[in-house]
Write a protein of this length. Structure first.
Length: 271
């Protein structure tokens, strides 16, 4: 949809995948009754899907910290019709994306960034850099349940080793006041102040949406797409766009509605 909308414009398009992996995602171990054995199924990963978009993006940049993943991804798509459009980068997604945002000329270019980290790897400075281009759209698989909710204990305590990762994700936005409620308890020795955990995976993602609104001039999708098979979602898919023009906003609204429509709530994934 994005490519069709921009195909008749003068803009060059760019797709950036910060955690590209190998091009496929293990889905499940399923029972094959005919063979009487467990069969491992996989689905096409984001890199695979992006390379098969028609019309294709003008350029693709696939980033992953793991050299073996990048090598496997490159080998998988070396013979594809869009292979010459792709660059494969071994490196930290934060450093690489921030560098791309600074180096590229954005007046005649538009793009999409996908960030689907395993945990709290995405730094707030990377989000700011993407937003500052005013030309990139962001799909962010935010680890609200995995890397926020789980990092705060039920009694409201935050392990000293976990607090920095939360600050890296949210930046200067005060996650402590949003997720912890002060409570005063009295005893024979006087009053003591502790904290009550009030954050949920949903509220953690909602707070990130509000943070995104502070830097993305285009806008942020109001809805969150919960993904994960657990009792609470491990992730929420968030969408923000940098271009504030009416045409860009209209396209962003169509994209977000299409993503919501394509959500398989039963299996916690996008289909």
């Amino acid at each position: 949809m994005y490519q069709r909308a921009l195909s008749n414009t003068a803009f060059r398009t760019l797709y950036i995948d910060g955690f590209a992996g190998t091009g496929e995602v293990p889905l499940a171990e399923i029972k094959d009754d005919l063979l009487d054995e467990e069969v491992r199924t996989v689905i096409a990963g984001s890199a695979d899907r992006a390379l098969k978009v028609d019309p294709p993006f003008g350029r693709y940049i696939f980033i992953d910290k793991r050299k073996d993943c990048i090598e496997a991804l490159k080998a998988k798509f070396d013979d594809s019709q869009n292979a010459e459009r792709a660059a494969y980068v071994v490196g930290d997604a934060n450093e690489q994306i921030q560098g791309i945002c600074r180096a590229e000329q954005w007046r005649s270019q538009r793009g999409v960034v996908l960030l689907d980290p395993f945990g709290s790897q995405v730094h707030w400075e990377t989000i700011e850099a993407i937003a500052a281009t005013e030309a990139l759209d962001l799909w962010y698989l935010f680890p609200a349940g995995l890397s926020v909710f789980r990092q705060i204990s039920s009694d409201g305590k935050v392990d000293p080793t976990h607090a920095p990762s939360l600050t890296r994700m949210y930046g200067p936005n005060k996650w402590q006041s949003a997720f912890l409620k002060p409570s005063t308890q009295g005893d024979l020795f006087g009053d003591t102040v502790s904290h009550e955990k009030v954050v949920t995976p949903e509220s953690a993602a909602q707070f990130m949406i509000e943070c995104l609104r502070s830097v993305f001039k285009g806008g942020v999708m109001d809805e969150m797409i919960p993904l994960g098979k657990h009792a609470y979602p491990s992730y929420y898919l968030l969408f923000a766009w940098g271009n504030a023009s009416p045409k860009a906003t209209a396209l962003a609204n169509r994209l977000s509605k299409a993503a919501l429509k394509a959500t398989d709530r039963k299996y916690g994934r996008i289909v």
